[in-house]
Write a protein that binds this ligand. Structure first.
Ligand SMILES: Cc1cc2nc3c(=O)[nH]c(=O)nc-3n(C[C@H](O)[C@H](O)[C@H](O)COP(=O)(O)OP(=O)(O)OC[C@H]3O[C@@H](n4cnc5c(N)ncnc54)[C@H](O)[C@@H]3O)c2cc1C
Length: 335
């Protein structure tokens, strides 16, 4: 079977590799596969199935959990992609931050830890932190390494092309996995949700866990890589511009330094902006659009987490024609 994938971001490449492994003849189309346009290039790579998304959109939870369960074996099949199982410490600085965080921790059935219990696990956290919770199943991966590994697996099969009309592509099946670009290609309602992200670098080892925190109402996450890089993210803005703003950077840095004062010695190595591909119900669009076209897009805040399950379910759909019941809530037809 000849399959064309439109979009060589993390979703298109993951679907392409899965189809290739199962014997399909795959071509991926993307004008910028090295990718500063794709959201994956900015994403922190938190694999957080029980986080905010599950709390706000409970119908997403089974899909997030199913993909999280695939990540350990998926990561080892790709090689070194920065997959790290230290887990996530959620922390709250003030009484108000704690009141808000507790609702999420209760939903996730996590035990509340005192400030000193949290610091026993992560000594560089501020002594001002009031409380926290440890989630061992919320891990991290480096999306840039994942995309590099997927591109390696698809070597020679990525064509540098911006697709404007999918009817002009010759293939038995076309999978549209173009992130935000999916809207113009299919008419589906996918909107940009801007996120500003900083990357810091310092001595490795300051932080061990992913830190997901609130400091005086400012939300921030800190994702420490083994080489000393710390990803600090992210704003969430209903905008399509690419400006790095004083207010955005200030809010992220202020919360980061309130929670981990030792970060003040780190060097700022990158300021980036990405756009999450959001849908009206903030869940992905996964399924058949017509006889020849399948959509895998709109992954919003969780495209890295959802890459393995998306690859598996979309490959099943393309090769067998049968849709797994897990896809029922995510069909394009709901819009
Ligand atoms: C600030 C920020 C932080 C994030 N943090 C996380 C996180 O911690 N964990 C997580 O799971 N997710 C996170 N995400 C979300 C995640 O990055 C996205 O959900 C994911 O990248 C979506 O993957 P995608 O392949 O559909 O789209 P993208 O990664 O955006 O890639 C789309 C690709 O399609 C190509 N394309 C577009 N139009 C066309 C066309 N017409 N023809 C050909 N090619 C085209 C583009 O060039 C691009 O390469 C974050 C996102 C942002 C912005």
């Amino acid at each position: 079977m000849r399959v064309a994938i439109v979009g060589g971001g993390i979703i298109g490449l993951a679907v392409g590799r899965e189809l290739l492994l199962r014997g399909a003849d795959v071509t991926v189309y993307d004008p910028a596969p090295e990718g500063t346009g794709g959201a994956w290039h900015v994403a922190a790579g938190m694999l957080a199935p029980g986080g905010e998304s599950a709390f706000e959109f409970p119908f997403l939870e089974p899909l997030l959990e199913a993909s999280n369960a695939l990540w350990p074996s998926y990561a080892s099949s790709l090689g070194d992609v920065g997959y790290d199982e230290a887990g996530t410490l959620s922390v709250a600085l003030t009484a108000d931050d704690l009141a808000e965080a507790k609702r999420e921790w209760q939903h996730q059935k996590l035990t509340t830890l005192t400030g000193s219990q949290v610091r026993d696990r992560e000594p560089s956290l501020s002594p001002r932190i009031r409380a926290g919770a440890y989630s061992p199943t919320e891990r991290q991966v480096d999306p840039r390494k994942v995309v590099a590994a997927l591109r390696f697996a698809l070597d020679g099969r990525v064509a540098l092309k911006h697709v404007t009309d999918i009817s002009e592509i010759s293939a038995d099946t076309v999978v549209v996995a173009a992130g935000l670009g999916t809207a113009a290609l299919t008419g589906l309602p996918i909107r940009p949700v801007k996120g500003q992200v900083l990357r810091l670098r310092g001595e490795p080892g300051l932080l061990r866990h992913v830190i997901d925190g609130a400091a005086d109402g400012r939300h921030v996450y800190l994702v420490p890589r083994a080489d000393g890089e710390v990803v600090v993210g992210a704003t969430q803005e209903e905008r399509s511009d690419r400006a790095v703003t004083a207010g955005g950077v200030h809010d992220l840095l202020r919360a980061a330094l309130d929670l981990v004062p030792g970060l003040s010695e780190h060097e700022i190595i990158e300021l980036t902006v990405g756009h999450r591909p959001g849908t009206p119900d903030n869940a992905p669009i996964l399924g058949r659009l017509d006889d020849r076209t399948v959509v895998a897009a709109g992954h919003h805040r969780n495209g890295v987490l959802l890459a393995p399950i998306t690859a598996r379910l979309i490959a099943d759909l393309v090769l067998t024609g049968a849709a797994d019941p897990l896809l029922d809530a995510f069909t394009p037809g709901r819009f």
